[in-house]
Ligand binder design. Structure first.
Ligand SMILES: NC(=O)c1ccc[n+]([C@@H]2O[C@H](COP(=O)([O-])OP(=O)(O)OC[C@H]3O[C@@H](n4cnc5c(N)ncnc54)[C@H](O)[C@@H]3O)[C@@H](O)[C@H]2O)c1
Length: 274
């Protein structure tokens, strides 16, 4: 199902993008950042209410939007959203795969259906967007960005399906970069550490102390604001990143720069030199 934003297509727009998971968290921040920069944006989400709320905010920023409701795990839904965006705004320059779900459980304990759902959303969802969007991009080129995670480059305890699915996103995007770079289509990954979103609220609900432990793992001592991730996405799809292809861009406050770098105290002989 799709609904059009009031302002419609805009000849002065700098590009057309489709964003999955645009109703919340990083996807919402990305959609709003792109709208503020002058993109026409197709907003895709499971929740019509959430996507419409993003569209309303985008209108305040002067952005043109189209809302499409569906599940990224469904190729039919994603195809329809991409086709509607390209038809509405006349072209497609960028696609951003933000929709994703957290999934708790070790590989031994996780329910097989939950394992499959994590891969259906986190991996097939990215694949479905790539398969719909890349052929729809103009011959002049385009850009694809997928949100993986720090869990896509390093292991985390207690969430095997999430870790495995986010590693798969990195591999998939590297393959896209190799296969489509010669056609001018750049594909990159953004890999954040914890971000202040609804997902993070759910994960740490009722455990402020544990949240503090995780913040201490990050050398900058805090979680990211979604806009800090969105701005990296906006950079990667822009001409400023014209030769960036197949890259995994960590937005993690330095978390993965060193083993337990945020938490460990330097040895006494080094402390006075920091
Ligand atoms: N929040 C974090 O700390 C964090 C860190 C690293 C990576 N990520 C990744 O960033 C992405 C966005 O996370 P977030 O924190 O913004 O999540 P969120 O739960 O706050 O928002 C996700 C949005 O995606 C939508 N969505 C979920 N499943 C969907 C589906 N099957 N089809 C269509 N839409 C769907 C939701 O309705 C929601 O609007 C995810 O891929 C997540 O794994 C998040």
């Amino acid at each position: 199902m799709t609904t059009e934003g009031e302002k419609g297509g805009d000849a002065s727009a700098i590009g057309v993008a489709v964003v999955t998971g645009a109703g919340g968290g990083i996807g919402r921040a990305t959609a709003l950042e792109l709208a503020a920069r002058g993109y026409c944006v197709g907003l895709f989400d499971l929740s019509e209410e959430a996507a419409e709320a993003t569209a309303e905010q985008a209108r305040w920023l002067g952005g043109s939007t189209l809302v499409a409701v569906g599940d990224v795990a469904s190729a039919i839904d994603v195809d329809a959203a991409v086709a509607a965006t390209a038809a509405r705004f006349g072209t497609l320059d960028a696609a951003v795969a933000c929709a994703g779900i957290e999934m708790a459980g070790s590989a031994i304990k996780i329910d097989p259906d939950q394992w499959r759902r994590a891969f259906a959303v986190n991996v097939d969802g990215v694949l479905n967007l790539a398969r719909a969007a890349i052929p729809a991009m103009s011959p002049g080129g385009g850009a694809f960005v997928a949100i993986s995670s720090d869990a896509g480059v390093t292991g985390w305890r207690g969430c095997a399906a999430y870790v495995a699915s986010k590693h798969a996103v990195v591999g998939l995007v590297r393959a896209l970069a190799l296969d489509h770079g010669r056609h001018g289509i750049r594909s990159n990954v953004v890999a954040p550490a914890f971000v202040e979103t609804e997902m993070t609220e759910r994960i740490f609900a009722g455990s402020e102390e544990l949240r503090g432990d995780y913040e201490a793992l990050i050398p900058m001592g805090r979680f990211a604001d979604p806009t800090e991730v969105a701005r990296v996405v906006a950079h990667l799809i822009s001409p400023e990143a014209a030769f960036t292809n197949g890259h995994v861009y960590m937005v993690d406050g330095g978390e993965t720069a060193g083993l337990h770098a945020g938490r460990s105290e330097p040895p006494p002989s080094h402390r006075s030199r920091i």
